[in-house]
Design a protein around this ligand. Structure first.
Ligand code: PMP
Length: 404
């Protein structure tokens, strides 16, 4: 199946308006697709009202749009029911929701297993839970290339484990986690599994049922949707058992001076006015993504990343982080140039119109594991082209000439 990135690019207004930009920071934020932009504009111009409380026509239109977005999100994730989708402000909020709501049910003696390859969003909330509830954190061992060592899961997933919180794909190395053995190990001890899908969800539809996890967190802005919105998918069995996290309007059954009962999921977890137009934009983006030919799209981004990896490996004094093989690997490439700070690399690359990120990537434990303070990271989306790789490589040669 042929795929034309230049055609895809036309669906991204910012890129369509700037042909000289080589945007390779997609792991941080994807560009907004026109399907999302149009849906947000249409919603704001014709359907704007608060949701799940008004009885007039406009409010009912807003309700319908918001719930349609929930169905679109559920379809993208292959959720069994739209009620398993909780809108949040993003992956960070989704993970914190679980850390608080599920965390409320844990105490001293209970264990949470995570890895050193986690983004801080799936690390710090568990340390905070340790402070609040006295739980023990255990770390899933990593292999030398930063992948989880699936042969040593029992070192961290013990009979006291109540939750395994693990990234579906690393934002530094691009390594995709094989969740099946983790789910099996967790099930064997009666623990729940949360997958941080912040890096995975934008690379094609996700099948949460096939993954077998209990919770799946992701952000809209990385999936070509607006900022300020994301979702927590939770299997009905898992969400039903959770107490609320935030209290407020919309999440209640009945409130009296003496006590409050709570609404069923997902509303139990959506206190206050949600990000309505953003959710509508997210639904539209996912609906559009769902209709794409992902085999061809993935082949295209993998080819770009593979070429970059191969050419980088040939540069003197360049160290790659993470796996070299392209098995279960997203198009995310992190590296260091010997003796040059990642920030300096990024600043010089910017002069070539190349946008890449440098730093610790909110993954300091992983940087410590690799023994580096940071790295430069190039991350691809289907609108990227060979010209973007050319520009990055030419820019890097210039960096080496100027800074070495
Ligand atoms: N997890 C991973 C793996 C990420 O890459 C990110 C974003 N860099 C997050 C969580 C947090 O996402 P957000 O900032 O959108 O909440």
């Amino acid at each position: 199946m042929s795929f034309h990135p230049a055609e895809w690019r036309k669906h991204f207004p910012l890129l369509a308006n700037d042909s000289r930009l080589h945007y390779l920071d997609n792991a941080a934020t994807g560009q907004l697709c026109e399907a999302a932009l149009d849906a947000v504009t249409h919603h704001e111009l014709t359907h704007r009202a608060n949701v799940l409380r008004g009885t007039y026509r406009l409010a009912e239109l807003a309700d319908a749009a918001y719930e349609n977005a929930r169905r679109q999100t559920a379809a993208y994730l292959n959720a069994a029911s739209a009620d398993e989708v909780v809108f949040t402000s993003g992956a960070t909020a989704s993970i914190n929701l679980v850390a608080h709501a599920f965390g409320e049910t844990l105490g001293a003696g209970d264990e949470v297993a995570l890895s050193l390859a986690e983004h801080h969003s799936n690390f710090v909330p568990w340390q905070m839970l340790r402070e609040r509830r006295g739980v023990t954190l255990r770390f899933l061992p990593l292999a030398a290339d930063g992948r989880l060592d699936l042969n040593r899961l029992d070192e961290a997933i013990t009979p006291r484990c109540r939750l395994v919180a693990v990234t579906h794909a690393s934002n530094v190395t691009g390594a995709v986690t094989d969740l099946a053995p983790i789910v099996a190990a967790a099930r064997a001890v009666g623990a729940r599994v949360l997958a941080d899908g912040a890096q995975a969800a934008q690379h094609g539809p996700v099948d949460v049922q096939a993954l077998g996890v209990d919770f799946y967190a992701f952000s809209g802005h990385k999936a070509f949707a607006p900022t300020g919105v994301g979702a927590l998918w939770g299997a009905a069995r898992a969400l039903d058992a959770l107490p609320p996290f935030l209290g407020g309007g919309g999440m209640i059954g009945r409130v009296t001076a003496a006590e409050t009962s709570y609404a069923a999921p997902p509303r139990r977890f959506e206190a206050g006015t949600p990000p309505i137009a953003q959710a509508v934009g997210l639904g539209a983006a996912l609906d559009w993504l769902h209709a794409q030919s992902w085999l061809a799209l993935r082949a295209h981004t993998a080819q770009l990343a593979r070429r970059l990896l191969d050419e980088l490996a040939a540069l003197p004094g360049l160290a790659l982080l993470g796996p070299r093989d392209f098995q279960a690997r997203l198009p995310v490439v992190a590296f260091n140039l010997d003796g040059i700070h990642p920030h300096d690399v990024c600043q010089l690359l910017d002069q070539h119109g190349v946008a890449v990120r440098g730093g610790h990537h909110c993954a300091q434990p992983l940087m410590d594991f690799f023994g580096v303070p940071g790295a430069v990271r190039a991350s691809f989306a289907p609108y990227n082209t060979e010209a973007d790789v050319d520009a990055l490589l030419a820019g890097l040669k210039d960096v080496m000439k100027k800074l070495r």
